[in-house]
Design a protein around this ligand. Structure first.
Ligand code: 2HG
Ligand code: ZN
Length: 479
Protein backbone atom coordinates (compact mmCIF):
# COMPACT_ATOMS: atom_id res chain seq x y z
CA UNK A 1 0.00 0.00 0.00
CA UNK A 2 1.30 3.45 -0.89
CA UNK A 3 2.26 5.72 2.02
CA UNK A 4 0.15 8.87 2.23
CA UNK A 5 2.08 11.82 3.63
CA UNK A 6 0.51 14.11 6.20
CA UNK A 7 1.22 17.78 5.96
CA UNK A 8 4.38 18.67 7.76
CA UNK A 9 2.48 20.80 10.31
CA UNK A 10 0.29 17.96 11.60
CA UNK A 11 3.20 15.53 11.63
CA UNK A 12 5.34 18.04 13.43
CA UNK A 13 2.68 18.74 16.05
CA UNK A 14 2.24 15.02 16.69
CA UNK A 15 5.99 14.45 16.96
CA UNK A 16 6.45 17.44 19.26
CA UNK A 17 3.76 16.06 21.53
CA UNK A 18 5.69 12.79 21.80
CA UNK A 19 9.37 13.76 21.93
CA UNK A 20 9.19 17.48 22.76
CA UNK A 21 9.83 20.43 20.43
CA UNK A 22 13.55 20.51 21.22
CA UNK A 23 13.93 16.96 19.89
CA UNK A 24 12.39 17.72 16.47
CA UNK A 25 14.29 19.12 13.49
CA UNK A 26 12.73 20.66 10.40
CA UNK A 27 13.89 22.85 7.55
CA UNK A 28 16.81 22.36 5.23
CA UNK A 29 19.59 23.67 7.46
CA UNK A 30 18.56 21.71 10.56
CA UNK A 31 17.80 18.42 8.80
CA UNK A 32 20.66 18.32 6.31
CA UNK A 33 22.98 16.19 8.47
CA UNK A 34 20.20 13.62 8.87
CA UNK A 35 19.01 13.40 5.26
CA UNK A 36 22.43 13.24 3.59
CA UNK A 37 24.81 10.31 3.98
CA UNK A 38 28.26 11.14 5.30
CA UNK A 39 29.94 10.83 1.91
CA UNK A 40 27.39 13.25 0.43
CA UNK A 41 26.28 10.74 -2.22
CA UNK A 42 22.68 10.11 -1.10
CA UNK A 43 20.61 13.23 -0.45
CA UNK A 44 16.98 13.01 0.59
CA UNK A 45 14.34 14.99 2.44
CA UNK A 46 12.21 14.42 5.52
CA UNK A 47 9.03 15.90 6.92
CA UNK A 48 10.69 15.97 10.30
CA UNK A 49 13.65 14.39 12.06
CA UNK A 50 12.88 13.22 15.59
CA UNK A 51 15.36 12.32 18.31
CA UNK A 52 13.49 10.24 20.89
CA UNK A 53 15.03 9.63 24.31
CA UNK A 54 13.26 6.38 25.25
CA UNK A 55 11.88 3.17 23.80
CA UNK A 56 8.42 4.34 24.85
CA UNK A 57 8.82 7.47 22.71
CA UNK A 58 10.01 5.40 19.72
CA UNK A 59 6.94 3.23 20.21
CA UNK A 60 4.59 6.23 20.24
CA UNK A 61 6.27 7.72 17.15
CA UNK A 62 5.80 4.45 15.27
CA UNK A 63 2.22 4.07 16.46
CA UNK A 64 1.38 7.51 15.12
CA UNK A 65 3.21 6.97 11.84
CA UNK A 66 1.49 3.61 11.42
CA UNK A 67 -1.94 5.08 12.07
CA UNK A 68 -1.22 7.90 9.62
CA UNK A 69 0.70 5.82 7.06
CA UNK A 70 3.82 7.90 7.27
CA UNK A 71 7.06 6.16 6.27
CA UNK A 72 9.82 6.02 8.86
CA UNK A 73 13.58 5.93 8.33
CA UNK A 74 15.54 4.69 11.36
CA UNK A 75 18.99 6.16 11.76
CA UNK A 76 22.00 5.63 14.02
CA UNK A 77 25.35 7.28 13.34
CA UNK A 78 24.53 7.63 9.62
CA UNK A 79 27.76 5.96 8.51
CA UNK A 80 26.20 3.56 5.96
CA UNK A 81 28.15 3.26 2.72
CA UNK A 82 25.03 1.98 0.96
CA UNK A 83 22.55 4.83 1.52
CA UNK A 84 20.67 2.67 4.02
CA UNK A 85 20.12 5.30 6.72
CA UNK A 86 18.82 8.33 4.82
CA UNK A 87 15.34 9.00 3.38
CA UNK A 88 14.51 9.25 -0.30
CA UNK A 89 13.80 12.65 -1.83
CA UNK A 90 9.99 12.43 -1.66
CA UNK A 91 9.99 14.35 1.62
CA UNK A 92 7.31 12.07 3.08
CA UNK A 93 9.37 10.30 5.74
CA UNK A 94 9.94 10.86 9.42
CA UNK A 95 13.57 10.16 10.31
CA UNK A 96 13.96 8.57 13.75
CA UNK A 97 17.50 9.22 14.93
CA UNK A 98 18.57 7.22 17.99
CA UNK A 99 21.51 9.42 19.09
CA UNK A 100 19.89 10.55 22.33
CA UNK A 101 19.34 6.96 23.48
CA UNK A 102 23.00 6.70 24.36
CA UNK A 103 23.13 5.13 27.82
CA UNK A 104 25.08 2.06 28.84
CA UNK A 105 22.51 0.54 31.18
CA UNK A 106 24.57 -2.23 32.77
CA UNK A 107 27.93 -3.96 32.56
CA UNK A 108 27.57 -7.40 34.19
CA UNK A 109 31.09 -8.70 34.78
CA UNK A 110 29.84 -12.03 36.12
CA UNK A 111 27.61 -12.80 33.14
CA UNK A 112 30.14 -11.06 30.85
CA UNK A 113 27.44 -9.01 29.18
CA UNK A 114 26.62 -5.37 28.66
CA UNK A 115 23.14 -3.88 28.21
CA UNK A 116 23.04 -0.72 26.11
CA UNK A 117 20.61 1.59 24.42
CA UNK A 118 20.82 1.55 20.63
CA UNK A 119 22.32 5.05 20.32
CA UNK A 120 25.51 4.23 22.24
CA UNK A 121 28.43 4.70 19.87
CA UNK A 122 30.66 1.70 19.25
CA UNK A 123 33.62 3.47 20.83
CA UNK A 124 31.56 4.30 23.95
CA UNK A 125 30.48 0.65 24.20
CA UNK A 126 34.09 -0.52 23.83
CA UNK A 127 35.17 2.06 26.41
CA UNK A 128 32.53 0.99 28.93
CA UNK A 129 33.64 -2.63 28.56
CA UNK A 130 37.30 -1.69 28.88
CA UNK A 131 36.61 0.27 32.06
CA UNK A 132 35.51 -3.04 33.60
CA UNK A 133 38.47 -4.99 32.20
CA UNK A 134 36.42 -6.52 29.38
CA UNK A 135 36.54 -6.39 25.60
CA UNK A 136 33.64 -5.71 23.29
CA UNK A 137 35.40 -6.95 20.18
CA UNK A 138 33.59 -5.35 17.21
CA UNK A 139 36.14 -3.08 15.53
CA UNK A 140 35.39 -0.86 12.55
CA UNK A 141 36.90 2.41 11.36
CA UNK A 142 33.78 4.49 12.07
CA UNK A 143 33.60 3.44 15.74
CA UNK A 144 33.52 7.04 17.01
CA UNK A 145 30.27 7.80 15.15
CA UNK A 146 28.53 4.52 14.34
CA UNK A 147 26.04 3.29 16.91
CA UNK A 148 25.21 -0.14 18.31
CA UNK A 149 21.69 -0.04 16.81
CA UNK A 150 23.17 0.56 13.35
CA UNK A 151 25.87 -2.07 13.93
CA UNK A 152 23.12 -4.56 14.71
CA UNK A 153 20.83 -3.46 11.90
CA UNK A 154 23.63 -3.95 9.39
CA UNK A 155 25.24 -6.96 11.09
CA UNK A 156 28.52 -5.02 11.10
CA UNK A 157 31.77 -6.91 10.55
CA UNK A 158 35.16 -5.18 10.44
CA UNK A 159 38.66 -6.25 11.30
CA UNK A 160 38.08 -8.68 14.19
CA UNK A 161 35.54 -11.04 12.57
CA UNK A 162 38.21 -13.66 12.02
CA UNK A 163 38.47 -14.14 15.78
CA UNK A 164 35.15 -12.96 17.24
CA UNK A 165 32.56 -13.06 14.46
CA UNK A 166 30.11 -10.47 13.11
CA UNK A 167 27.71 -8.41 15.21
CA UNK A 168 25.21 -11.27 14.96
CA UNK A 169 27.65 -13.42 16.92
CA UNK A 170 28.18 -10.76 19.57
CA UNK A 171 24.62 -10.20 20.70
CA UNK A 172 22.50 -12.15 23.16
CA UNK A 173 19.34 -10.08 23.25
CA UNK A 174 17.68 -7.13 21.60
CA UNK A 175 14.76 -4.80 22.09
CA UNK A 176 13.03 -3.51 18.97
CA UNK A 177 9.93 -1.48 18.21
CA UNK A 178 7.72 -2.99 15.51
CA UNK A 179 6.23 -0.92 12.69
CA UNK A 180 2.90 -0.66 14.53
CA UNK A 181 4.56 0.49 17.76
CA UNK A 182 4.54 -2.80 19.68
CA UNK A 183 7.70 -3.46 21.65
CA UNK A 184 9.56 -6.74 21.15
CA UNK A 185 12.01 -7.44 23.95
CA UNK A 186 14.52 -10.23 24.46
CA UNK A 187 16.97 -8.34 26.68
CA UNK A 188 17.90 -11.44 28.67
CA UNK A 189 21.59 -12.11 28.15
CA UNK A 190 21.29 -15.89 27.91
CA UNK A 191 23.85 -18.04 26.15
CA UNK A 192 21.33 -20.87 25.98
CA UNK A 193 17.67 -20.28 25.13
CA UNK A 194 16.07 -22.77 22.74
CA UNK A 195 12.49 -21.67 23.14
CA UNK A 196 11.32 -21.66 19.57
CA UNK A 197 12.27 -19.27 16.76
CA UNK A 198 15.14 -16.95 17.58
CA UNK A 199 13.14 -13.84 16.66
CA UNK A 200 15.82 -11.30 17.50
CA UNK A 201 17.84 -12.57 14.54
CA UNK A 202 15.16 -11.20 12.21
CA UNK A 203 16.05 -7.64 13.12
CA UNK A 204 19.82 -8.13 12.85
CA UNK A 205 21.00 -7.27 9.37
CA UNK A 206 17.49 -6.12 8.35
CA UNK A 207 18.68 -2.52 7.99
CA UNK A 208 15.69 -1.16 9.88
CA UNK A 209 13.13 -2.58 7.47
CA UNK A 210 11.37 -4.77 10.06
CA UNK A 211 11.60 -2.73 13.25
CA UNK A 212 13.72 -0.17 15.06
CA UNK A 213 16.30 -1.69 17.40
CA UNK A 214 16.29 0.31 20.62
CA UNK A 215 18.50 -1.74 22.94
CA UNK A 216 20.75 -4.79 23.13
CA UNK A 217 22.55 -7.19 25.42
CA UNK A 218 26.08 -7.66 24.08
CA UNK A 219 28.65 -10.35 24.82
CA UNK A 220 31.88 -9.35 26.52
CA UNK A 221 35.24 -11.09 26.27
CA UNK A 222 38.34 -10.93 28.44
CA UNK A 223 40.67 -8.03 27.57
CA UNK A 224 43.75 -9.52 25.89
CA UNK A 225 46.89 -9.16 28.03
CA UNK A 226 49.21 -8.73 25.07
CA UNK A 227 49.16 -7.64 21.43
CA UNK A 228 51.73 -8.22 18.68
CA UNK A 229 51.41 -6.58 15.27
CA UNK A 230 53.43 -6.73 12.05
CA UNK A 231 53.10 -5.35 8.55
CA UNK A 232 54.30 -8.17 6.35
CA UNK A 233 55.21 -8.05 2.67
CA UNK A 234 54.08 -11.26 1.01
CA UNK A 235 54.73 -12.80 -2.38
CA UNK A 236 51.11 -12.49 -3.44
CA UNK A 237 47.52 -13.24 -2.35
CA UNK A 238 48.12 -17.01 -2.34
CA UNK A 239 51.19 -16.54 -0.12
CA UNK A 240 49.05 -14.40 2.21
CA UNK A 241 46.52 -17.21 2.60
CA UNK A 242 49.30 -19.74 3.23
CA UNK A 243 50.80 -17.41 5.85
CA UNK A 244 47.42 -17.17 7.58
CA UNK A 245 47.37 -20.96 7.75
CA UNK A 246 50.81 -20.90 9.39
CA UNK A 247 49.72 -18.18 11.80
CA UNK A 248 46.71 -20.23 12.88
CA UNK A 249 48.75 -23.40 13.19
CA UNK A 250 51.47 -21.80 15.31
CA UNK A 251 49.36 -19.48 17.46
CA UNK A 252 46.13 -21.37 18.09
CA UNK A 253 43.37 -18.83 18.63
CA UNK A 254 45.67 -15.81 18.78
CA UNK A 255 45.21 -14.38 15.25
CA UNK A 256 42.83 -11.46 15.82
CA UNK A 257 43.26 -9.68 12.48
CA UNK A 258 44.68 -10.51 9.09
CA UNK A 259 44.21 -7.60 6.70
CA UNK A 260 45.35 -7.60 3.08
CA UNK A 261 46.75 -4.32 1.67
CA UNK A 262 47.69 -3.87 -1.99
CA UNK A 263 50.47 -1.52 -3.02
CA UNK A 264 48.13 1.10 -4.57
CA UNK A 265 46.10 1.05 -1.32
CA UNK A 266 49.22 1.70 0.78
CA UNK A 267 50.50 4.40 -1.57
CA UNK A 268 47.14 6.15 -1.55
CA UNK A 269 46.81 6.19 2.23
CA UNK A 270 50.39 7.33 2.81
CA UNK A 271 49.82 10.17 0.35
CA UNK A 272 46.60 11.08 2.19
CA UNK A 273 48.12 10.93 5.69
CA UNK A 274 51.13 12.94 4.53
CA UNK A 275 53.31 12.70 7.62
CA UNK A 276 53.37 8.94 8.22
CA UNK A 277 56.49 7.02 7.15
CA UNK A 278 56.08 3.77 5.22
CA UNK A 279 56.72 0.96 7.74
CA UNK A 280 58.57 -1.14 5.14
CA UNK A 281 61.60 0.25 3.36
CA UNK A 282 60.96 -1.25 -0.08
CA UNK A 283 57.78 -1.14 -2.08
CA UNK A 284 55.88 -4.39 -2.35
CA UNK A 285 52.81 -5.35 -4.34
CA UNK A 286 51.06 -7.13 -1.49
CA UNK A 287 51.17 -6.79 2.28
CA UNK A 288 49.21 -8.08 5.25
CA UNK A 289 48.67 -6.48 8.61
CA UNK A 290 48.84 -9.35 11.09
CA UNK A 291 47.67 -8.94 14.66
CA UNK A 292 47.93 -11.51 17.43
CA UNK A 293 46.32 -10.98 20.81
CA UNK A 294 46.32 -13.31 23.78
CA UNK A 295 45.91 -13.78 27.48
CA UNK A 296 49.60 -14.67 27.80
CA UNK A 297 52.50 -12.27 28.40
CA UNK A 298 53.91 -10.06 25.64
CA UNK A 299 57.20 -11.90 25.47
CA UNK A 300 55.73 -15.24 24.52
CA UNK A 301 53.27 -13.64 22.08
CA UNK A 302 56.12 -11.79 20.34
CA UNK A 303 58.04 -15.07 20.17
CA UNK A 304 55.03 -16.67 18.45
CA UNK A 305 54.85 -13.80 15.95
CA UNK A 306 58.57 -14.23 15.16
CA UNK A 307 58.06 -17.96 14.71
CA UNK A 308 55.24 -17.31 12.22
CA UNK A 309 57.36 -14.82 10.28
CA UNK A 310 60.39 -17.13 10.23
CA UNK A 311 58.26 -19.97 8.96
CA UNK A 312 56.86 -17.61 6.29
CA UNK A 313 60.37 -16.52 5.24
CA UNK A 314 61.52 -20.14 5.18
CA UNK A 315 58.69 -21.13 2.86
CA UNK A 316 59.22 -18.13 0.58
CA UNK A 317 55.82 -16.63 1.48
CA UNK A 318 57.20 -13.57 3.27
CA UNK A 319 59.49 -11.03 1.58
CA UNK A 320 59.93 -8.53 4.40
CA UNK A 321 58.29 -7.57 7.69
CA UNK A 322 58.07 -4.59 10.00
CA UNK A 323 57.22 -5.65 13.54
CA UNK A 324 55.64 -3.02 15.76
CA UNK A 325 58.10 -2.25 18.56
CA UNK A 326 55.86 0.01 20.64
CA UNK A 327 52.24 0.93 21.24
CA UNK A 328 52.75 3.91 19.00
CA UNK A 329 53.89 1.61 16.17
CA UNK A 330 50.79 -0.54 16.69
CA UNK A 331 48.62 2.57 16.45
CA UNK A 332 50.42 3.80 13.33
CA UNK A 333 50.11 0.47 11.55
CA UNK A 334 46.39 0.38 12.36
CA UNK A 335 45.93 4.01 11.37
CA UNK A 336 47.40 3.22 7.96
CA UNK A 337 44.89 0.40 7.55
CA UNK A 338 41.86 2.23 8.93
CA UNK A 339 42.36 5.41 6.88
CA UNK A 340 42.35 3.70 3.47
CA UNK A 341 38.60 4.18 3.16
CA UNK A 342 38.76 7.92 3.87
CA UNK A 343 41.73 8.30 1.57
CA UNK A 344 39.54 6.96 -1.25
CA UNK A 345 36.62 9.22 -0.32
CA UNK A 346 38.94 12.23 -0.38
CA UNK A 347 40.50 11.28 -3.69
CA UNK A 348 37.10 10.58 -5.28
CA UNK A 349 36.40 8.14 -8.08
CA UNK A 350 36.43 4.85 -6.23
CA UNK A 351 34.34 1.91 -7.46
CA UNK A 352 33.47 -0.09 -4.35
CA UNK A 353 32.94 -3.81 -4.40
CA UNK A 354 32.59 -5.43 -0.97
CA UNK A 355 32.88 -9.11 -1.73
CA UNK A 356 33.52 -12.34 0.15
CA UNK A 357 34.36 -15.82 -1.00
CA UNK A 358 35.41 -18.91 0.96
CA UNK A 359 38.99 -18.48 2.15
CA UNK A 360 40.05 -21.35 -0.08
CA UNK A 361 39.09 -19.25 -3.13
CA UNK A 362 40.12 -15.76 -2.06
CA UNK A 363 43.57 -15.75 -3.67
CA UNK A 364 42.25 -16.95 -7.03
CA UNK A 365 39.42 -14.43 -6.81
CA UNK A 366 41.76 -11.47 -6.15
CA UNK A 367 44.07 -12.50 -8.97
CA UNK A 368 41.29 -13.11 -11.54
CA UNK A 369 39.29 -10.02 -10.66
CA UNK A 370 42.42 -7.83 -10.74
CA UNK A 371 43.40 -9.12 -14.17
CA UNK A 372 39.82 -8.68 -15.39
CA UNK A 373 39.52 -5.07 -14.22
CA UNK A 374 42.95 -4.11 -15.53
CA UNK A 375 41.98 -5.53 -18.92
CA UNK A 376 38.99 -3.16 -18.89
CA UNK A 377 40.66 -0.09 -17.34
CA UNK A 378 44.43 -0.53 -17.72
CA UNK A 379 45.42 2.49 -15.61
CA UNK A 380 43.03 1.92 -12.70
CA UNK A 381 44.74 1.99 -9.32
CA UNK A 382 43.90 -1.37 -7.79
CA UNK A 383 43.02 -0.39 -4.23
CA UNK A 384 42.33 -3.86 -2.82
CA UNK A 385 42.39 -4.36 0.90
CA UNK A 386 40.49 -5.62 3.87
CA UNK A 387 39.56 -8.57 5.92
CA UNK A 388 41.21 -11.38 3.99
CA UNK A 389 41.36 -13.50 7.13
CA UNK A 390 37.58 -13.93 7.03
CA UNK A 391 37.32 -14.10 3.24
CA UNK A 392 36.18 -10.48 2.69
CA UNK A 393 38.04 -7.96 0.56
CA UNK A 394 37.22 -4.41 -0.38
CA UNK A 395 37.92 -4.53 -4.07
CA UNK A 396 37.87 -0.84 -4.92
CA UNK A 397 39.48 0.14 -8.23
CA UNK A 398 40.34 3.85 -8.13
CA UNK A 399 40.30 6.23 -11.08
CA UNK A 400 43.56 6.72 -12.98
CA UNK A 401 45.24 9.95 -11.78
CA UNK A 402 44.44 11.82 -14.97
CA UNK A 403 40.78 10.72 -15.28
CA UNK A 404 37.85 12.67 -13.85
CA UNK A 405 35.94 10.82 -11.11
CA UNK A 406 32.67 11.17 -13.03
CA UNK A 407 34.05 9.50 -16.16
CA UNK A 408 35.62 6.67 -14.20
CA UNK A 409 32.49 6.08 -12.11
CA UNK A 410 30.39 5.79 -15.27
CA UNK A 411 31.90 2.30 -15.54
CA UNK A 412 30.86 1.31 -11.99
CA UNK A 413 27.98 -1.04 -12.65
CA UNK A 414 28.88 -1.98 -16.19
CA UNK A 415 31.41 -3.32 -16.73
CA UNK A 416 33.40 -3.20 -13.47
CA UNK A 417 31.18 -4.39 -10.62
CA UNK A 418 29.36 -6.80 -12.91
CA UNK A 419 32.70 -8.44 -13.53
CA UNK A 420 33.94 -8.36 -9.92
CA UNK A 421 30.64 -9.34 -8.31
CA UNK A 422 30.08 -11.97 -11.00
CA UNK A 423 33.41 -13.63 -10.18
CA UNK A 424 32.64 -13.54 -6.45
CA UNK A 425 29.19 -15.01 -7.02
CA UNK A 426 30.59 -17.71 -9.30
CA UNK A 427 33.06 -18.57 -6.51
CA UNK A 428 30.16 -19.20 -4.10
CA UNK A 429 30.67 -15.76 -2.60
CA UNK A 430 28.64 -12.72 -1.63
CA UNK A 431 28.35 -9.39 -3.47
CA UNK A 432 27.86 -7.55 -0.18
CA UNK A 433 30.00 -9.11 2.50
CA UNK A 434 29.66 -6.56 5.28
CA UNK A 435 28.30 -3.22 4.04
CA UNK A 436 24.73 -4.39 3.52
CA UNK A 437 22.31 -3.52 0.73
CA UNK A 438 20.69 -0.13 1.47
CA UNK A 439 19.68 1.36 -1.85
CA UNK A 440 23.06 0.96 -3.52
CA UNK A 441 22.93 -2.82 -3.86
CA UNK A 442 19.15 -3.30 -3.97
CA UNK A 443 18.92 -4.21 -7.62
CA UNK A 444 21.67 -6.78 -7.14
CA UNK A 445 19.39 -8.82 -4.92
CA UNK A 446 17.27 -9.64 -7.94
CA UNK A 447 20.34 -10.57 -9.85
CA UNK A 448 22.09 -12.66 -7.24
CA UNK A 449 19.36 -14.09 -4.97
CA UNK A 450 17.19 -17.01 -5.91
CA UNK A 451 13.45 -16.63 -6.45
CA UNK A 452 12.82 -18.59 -3.27
CA UNK A 453 15.08 -16.32 -1.22
CA UNK A 454 13.41 -13.19 -2.60
CA UNK A 455 9.92 -14.57 -1.95
CA UNK A 456 10.82 -15.48 1.63
CA UNK A 457 12.31 -12.05 2.24
CA UNK A 458 9.12 -10.40 1.02
CA UNK A 459 6.98 -12.76 3.12
CA UNK A 460 8.93 -11.82 6.24
CA UNK A 461 8.69 -8.12 5.36
CA UNK A 462 4.93 -8.31 4.78
CA UNK A 463 4.38 -10.26 7.98
CA UNK A 464 6.05 -7.58 10.08
CA UNK A 465 5.45 -4.44 8.01
CA UNK A 466 2.43 -5.04 5.76
CA UNK A 467 2.15 -1.35 4.83
CA UNK A 468 5.85 -1.11 3.88
CA UNK A 469 6.41 1.86 6.17
CA UNK A 470 9.75 1.01 7.77
CA UNK A 471 12.76 2.15 5.76
CA UNK A 472 10.83 1.64 2.52
CA UNK A 473 12.90 1.15 -0.60
CA UNK A 474 15.87 -0.19 1.34
CA UNK A 475 17.17 -3.74 0.95
CA UNK A 476 14.20 -5.13 -0.99
CA UNK A 477 13.66 -4.20 -4.62
CA UNK A 478 10.11 -3.43 -5.73
CA UNK A 479 7.94 -6.57 -5.38
C1 2HG B 1 36.89 -0.81 5.89
O1 2HG B 1 37.14 -2.00 6.09
C2 2HG B 1 35.48 -0.39 5.71
O2 2HG B 1 37.77 0.06 5.91
C3 2HG B 1 35.27 0.55 4.53
O3 2HG B 1 34.64 -1.49 5.61
C4 2HG B 1 35.59 -0.07 3.21
O4 2HG B 1 35.40 2.06 2.11
C5 2HG B 1 35.36 0.83 2.01
O5 2HG B 1 35.16 0.29 0.91
ZN1 ZN C 1 35.64 -3.38 5.92
Amino acid sequence: MQAVPKTQESTLRAMEAIVGANACRTGEADTQAYVTDYRGIYRGQAQVVVLPSSTEQVSQVLQWCHANRVPVVPQGGNTSLMGGAVPDDSGTAVVVNLSRMNRVLEVDTINDTMTVQAGVTLSAARGAAEAEGRLFPLRIGSEGSCQIGGNLSTNAGGTAVLRYGNMRDLVLGIEAVLPDGRIFSSLRGLRKDNTGYDLKQLFIGAEGTLGIITGAVLKLMPQPRSTAVALVAVKGPAAAVALLGEAKRLSGQAVSAFELISRPALELVLEYLGNVAAPLQDRHDWMVLVELTSGTDAESLNATLMEILESGFGQGLVLDAAVAASLSDVQTFWRIREEISDAQTRTGGSIKCDVSVPLSRIAAFVEEASAGVLALVPDARMVIYGHMGDGNVHFNPLRPRDQAAKDFLAQWYEPVSTLVDGLAYAGNGSVSAEHGIGVAKRDDLVRYKSQVELELMWQVKRALDPMNLLNPGKVLPAP
